[in-house]
Design a protein. Structure first.
Length: 232
């Protein structure tokens, strides 16, 4: 499916893992909190905004479709709130059992379905034999796909996207590719760059790598290689 991911952008576009938008390194727990909050809030709000726009467009001519969009808004809102409560529960109690509620690779199909409902036809392909992943690997895979699809919905003007997971003996390969305008991300303070930086930090924390780039033929692709050995 996809070869091992590499950092092969120009040196000026690289931002070291452990920094936030080029600023001084922050404590690991604060970085983790920033990544979690960014991914949950940005994904939820982006999906809700698109669903609300759809409902507004079709309300007069197709009330039934508008009702479906409103139902999707309610579901997306509930899921985002549930995830925020999980994050706050971990912060307040330091209870490792709360982390068990964090999403993993088995829920990536729901992300593809949500992107499709929001207006970008999204397919999921799984290669290799599914296996039980370390919790941190499953969470990283989920968040990388979530952030990638959020960027597709918000920035790409895409009509379709493909999500691919490849289970290998020692790693999980993750790829998200769209057919949009393919704008390259830059290390600025915008949310798009923050999200890509967060994805790279997630991969690096596991000893893996992530590539995010515009494609010559158009579109944008995110590739990640996540070792199954856990965090480092």
């Amino acid at each position: 499916m996809c070869e091992p991911a590499r950092y092969d952008e120009p040196a000026g576009n690289r931002i070291p893992a452990g920094s936030w938008a080029g600023q001084e390194a922050l404590p690991a727990d604060r970085l983790q909190l920033a990544r979690e909050l960014h991914d949950v809030v940005a994904s939820g709000l982006a999906t809700i905004a698109l669903q609300a726009s759809l409902a507004e467009r079709v309300l007069a001519e197709n009330p039934a479709q508008a009702l479906i969009a409103l139902s999707d808004i309610r579901r997306t809102s509930r899921e985002a709130l549930d995830e925020l409560q999980t994050i706050l529960g971990i912060l307040r109690t330091a209870d490792s059992r709360a982390a068990e509620k964090a999403p993993g690779a088995t829920r990536i199909g729901a992300l593809a379905s949500a992107a499709t409902k929001a207006g970008v036809l999204t397919d999921l392909t799984v290669l290799g034999e599914r296996q039980l992943l370390p919790a941190e690997v499953g969470l990283a895979a989920y968040r990388i796909v979530q952030e990638s699809l959020t960027n597709v919905l918000r920035h790409s003007q895409a009509t379709s996207a493909n999500v691919r997971l490849a289970y290998e003996p020692d790693r999980l390969l993750v790829e998200v590719q769209d057919d949009g305008v393919g704008n390259d991300a830059s290390p600025s303070g915008h949310s798009h760059s923050h999200g890509i930086l967060g994805m790279r930090e997630r991969a690096a924390a596991l000893g893996g790598e992530l590539e995010a780039r515009a494609l010559p033929q158009g579109g944008f692709r995110v590739r990640a290689s996540l070792p199954l050995g856990g965090s480092r």
